[in-house]
Ligand binder design. Structure first.
Ligand SMILES: Cc1ncc(COP(=O)(O)O)c(C=O)c1O
Length: 454
């Protein structure tokens, strides 16, 4: 096997098609057997992935700036992760931890306790997906506080189950037609410096959001009925919106003063994405419950709630569980991921990547007026595309054109944002300098094609 980060050789001159092993038309088959609600904009089928590159069924190599939606911090098929998965799979695949226990569940729980912020006694609960982890964090907060309500933010994304959709603050495409949603969920504005509410000065947006919470307590739900406030330190699906510093710390104070559990959703921001192991470390904030997923297990389905031991113990015996949560193979992968982060100093590498990404995107902004803003925290970097810099009217059609051009040119990259007009960069941290440059060159060429200067 090639080491991580090694380029894959594309079959030169291969025809761009999506044919399966037996020559069947994969796009046609996809449309036949996959529900319409599952969209996969790049028309690409992977056959092999290594580091920051994938080889597709059309024989071409693609640079991967999506990393499975920010999952592959260690890259595709990191040899250590693959070896750990193989080794575990040969010993035992599944028992269900509540039925028959195994050590990797404990070792991983202990390591997550050690690596997450919070200098108090903590416990870990392992589940299969980010949404399931958020669900369980909210259940624990309700059980601990004996209060019903939960506060979430506009533009937030917390998952696709009905409760996490209720928390999610973007209607289309996630929520349309799926209601009614769970009651006792209240929504407040998230500070979005590029798009402050009408009449609010950019420097006042944090105060505006905090004030909205205080008004909520006066007008809609009493603070003593609120179990939890759930927040992403940087909006992920919401468009890599970075709130001004001090916001998370202010939420920490507000929750402490009101007896509300602070749940920080680090599913997308965690594991180095913002240049620190966890984004809340930028402000020295210790959440009561921190929710992890995505990069935790390099693609194996695993997520976790880590938090204050007394809160984690709030459910009665048998109140937490699940058939697959903390599956041994996923735990083995996650333990290998944590080793790789340490051995390859991936958080430091993530910081270095941010140093290369940001200036290049800013340089592109100087040439393409459609780029209204370059923003991000660490390597979690994005560009927001607009029709005109003065009015800041979002340009989702331009965004689609640029993305389509990227895929055609050999770069897998994603959009995000409340207005579908943000192109986000989620590179595997093992990406080589050459691959990073190649990917950014493709983005540059795609902007020249899809968003030329008029
Ligand atoms: C911040 C955040 N929370 C929760 C989720 C849901 O995670 P999952 O898709 O694993 O259920 C996501 C997924 O994109 C996310 O970005």
């Amino acid at each position: 096997m090639k080491p991580s980060g090694m380029p894959i050789e594309a079959k030169s001159g291969a025809k761009v098609t999506a044919k399966g092993e037996r020559g069947q038309d994969l796009l046609g088959l996809r449309n036949l057997v996959v529900p319409a609600g599952v969209t996969t904009p790049p028309p690409v089928f992977i056959v092999e992935g290594r580091g920051a590159e994938v080889r597709a069924s059309d024989g071409r190599a693609y640079i991967d700036f999506a990393a499975g939606i920010g999952v592959l911090g260690v890259g595709h098929c990191h040899p250590k992760v693959v070896a750990a998965i193989k080794c575990q799979a040969e010993a035992y695949l599944h028992t269900s931890f509540p039925i028959l226990m195994y050590e990797p569940y404990l070792t991983l729980s202990q390591r997550l306790i050690a690596v997450t912020p919070g200098s108090f006694p903590k416990k870990t609960f392992l589940v299969n997906s980010g949404a399931e982890a958020i669900e369980n964090a909210a259940k624990l907060a309700r059980a601990w506080t004996r209060r019903p309500a939960v506060i979430a933010f506009e533009g937030a994304f917390h998952g696709r189950t009905l409760f996490t959709l209720s928390l999610t603050g973007k209607l289309h495409p996630y929520k349309g037609g799926f209601g009614p949603f769970v009651p006792d969920v209240y929504r407040v504005p998230f500070p979005y410096p590029y798009r402050p509410p009408v009449g609010v000065r950019a420097e006042d947006i944090v105060a505006h959001s905090l004030d909205a919470i205080e008004r909520l307590f006066l007008t809609t739900v009493s603070a003593d009925q609120v179990a939890a406030l759930v927040v992403e330190p940087v909006l992920g699906e919401g468009g890599f919106v970075v709130p001004p510093s001090g916001f998370l710390a202010a939420l920490r104070d507000l929750c402490r003063a009101r007896g509300i559990v602070l749940i920080v959703d680090e599913i997308q921001t965690g594991f180095g994405r913002t240049g620190r192991m966890f984004a809340c470390e930028h402000e020295g904030v210790e959440p009561d419950l921190i929710v992890l997923g995505k990069s935790l297990a390099a693609g194996m389905p695993l997520a976790a709630v880590v938090g204050r031991a007394d809160m984690m113990d709030a459910a009665s015996a048998g109140g937490l569980g699940g058939t697959y949560g903390g599956n041994p193979v996923a735990c083995a992968a996650a333990l290998a991921v944590l080793d790789v982060y340490e051995e390859e100093a991936l958080v430091r590498r993530a910081q270095r990547l941010a140093g290369a990404l940001r200036p290049r995107l800013e340089e592109m902004m100087s040439r393409y007026p459609a780029i209204g803003e370059v923003r991000g925290l660490g390597p979690m970097t994005a560009i927001e595309l607009v029709k005109d810099r003065r009015t800041r009217i979002p340009a989702p059609e331009v965004t689609s054109r640029v993305l389509e051009s990227c895929w055609r040119r050999g770069l897998i990259i994603l959009k995000a944002g409340l207005y579908d007009n943000v192109i986000r960069v989620h590179v595997p941290f093992v990406i080589t300098d050459d691959q990073l440059k190649k990917g950014l060159d493709i983005l540059d060429a795609a902007l020249a094609e899809g968003a030329p200067a008029r």
